[in-house]
Design a protein around this ligand. Sequence first.
Ligand SMILES: Cc1cc2nc3c(=O)[nH]c(=O)nc-3n(C[C@H](O)[C@H](O)[C@H](O)COP(=O)(O)OP(=O)(O)OC[C@H]3O[C@@H](n4cnc5c(N)ncnc54)[C@H](O)[C@@H]3O)c2cc1C
Length: 581
Amino acid sequence: MTTGQMEAGQHKNASNKTFSGLQRKETLEAMAQQQFDVIVIGGGITGAGIALDAQSRGLRTALIEMQDFASGTSSRSTKLVHGGLRYLKQLDVKVVAEVGKERAIVYENGPHVTTPEWMLLPFYKGGTFGKLSTSLGLRVYDFLAGVKRSERRKMFSPDVTLQHEPLLKKKDLRGGGYYVEYRTDDARLTIEVMKKAVELGAMAVNYAKVEELIVKDGTLVGVRVVDQLAGGTVGKDSSDPSASYALYASKIVNAAGPWVDTLREMDHSKQGKTLHLTKGVHLVFDQSRFPLGQAIYFDTPDGRMVFAIPRDGKTYVGTTDTNYKGDIANPRITMADRAYVLRAANEMFPSLGLMEADVESSWTGLRPLIHQEGKDPSEISRRDEIFISGSGLISMAGGKLTGYRKMAESVVNQIAAMLVAEGKVSAELPPSRTKTLPISGGDVGGSAQLAPFLRSRVSQGLRLGLTEPETMLLAQRYGSNVDTVFALLEQYRDEAARRGMPAAVLAALVYAIEREMVVKPADFFIRRTGALFFDIAWARQWKAAATAFLAERFRWSEAQTAAYTAELDQLLHEAVHPLEA
Ligand SMILES: Cc1cc2nc3c(=O)[nH]c(=O)nc-3n(C[C@H](O)[C@H](O)[C@H](O)COP(=O)(O)OP(=O)(O)OC[C@H]3O[C@@H](n4cnc5c(N)ncnc54)[C@H](O)[C@@H]3O)c2cc1C
């Protein structure tokens, strides 16, 4: 038993295992009543992974997120759980080997959020890759990444390459390499990992910002957290003292992604290696305008590599990689970013003649990389590192979505060793068990059982009056949790009709509020459904009805409702209107 567990026993009960938006305040209050083993600052994939690893080893864990979960970089990536072929180009063999093996684990534990996708890498006369280097590179990649036999690379002639993707530029085409990447939904992956941590007893809250580190005798013992939604304010810090909470733990982890250095500044420990933020944008097109049938990884005119990926009736293309110094919370796409991606796409798919007006949506993210002197953005290593400050702040910097589980395992190994050495745990903690631990929604019996699982749920959905595509969408999004969504669908059928909403939309919204801590329209339309990126028309269609429902559930004032409506409208606007500079 840990010190945290012993002390918590004297206070109010530990975790209530709730992850409901309606219980946020109660959860924060309960958090302030106990001593934790670990507090994680940051609710992106890094923080969620650490919370899951720590809690699943029996450490009493809390996680604090100042915005919505995954609203930092973890909803703004290329959405690939990948083996990191690009790192082979940088000869970062260790990263290729590690993330390649890791993706198989990520897939097994959550096959509903991760899908294997064959990727075509065309090569041209004078391009970055030739036939030999592609063939050799992909073979080395298969070997390093431990790729399973059925997914090992194939090499295509120019004709076969074009059969796979007729939209490709034909001039000077010399052939193509064919290999497997894994497509994911980064934000949903983050949420599912977090839900699993909460299911096991971790406590997690969004819109709660760590504004101060609490230090005693030179050692970090806690954090002061301010509820960002308190007092009816919308996204502002509240001066209401009842909105401020002191949380205590033996170890504090800084998993703040692009804000890692901001926390290190708060700790007066930002020295030595620092973060280097680079910006990446993606553009989304409708399939009617960009009917890509096959995911492509291709050269840009300036010698970089970008992806074009078909998904849910859309095609997305990206990414850029440029140094960034602006507002971390709200990086915006510029006209230059848009022009860059359009030019790259038009160069590789010349028959399309894509224009600005064809861009249906976009997103912009910041890579929290570790600075390397004299390197260009695309050359900086994506490796992760752990920094431990004099006060004991444990910062996790760099890394990839793909490596989240392994990163979490190594940081929690260090935490466990420190807790043992400090006598704060009575015995050795068990080793990490996340390698074989399904994340929330992943209880489908492993990847091999996903197809039969989906088939069985389709028949159930049809019985509930849904179409096959509607059911597939829900079953793939929620995995084994879809049964709860189906139950809500029955429960809310009449109310949905009264509100003029499809029952499936209302059921997903209620699920998001009660089981995924949604508190704002933007949480639902961006992080829980991805609609702002991949079905912006759906977001526009249902935003008023969804906001009205949220307003009633959360008893918002007119001013609050107006503010949250405006916030979503602004984000819908920004997705299609780049900044000039
Ligand atoms: C354009 C782009 C493409 C990418 N593509 C891929 C890819 O295809 N595959 C891949 O594996 N990786 C990819 N990555 C990398 C990957 O997305 C990131 O490594 C990962 O998402 C980082 O997650 P994180 O949790 O460390 O950071 P974040 O997701 O940013 O999470 C940090 C969180 O900390 C919170 N926070 C900060 N300060 C505080 C505070 N004071 N109090 C409370 N909370 C706080 C923030 O609000 C934020 O939500 C890509 C990155 C970019 C930018």
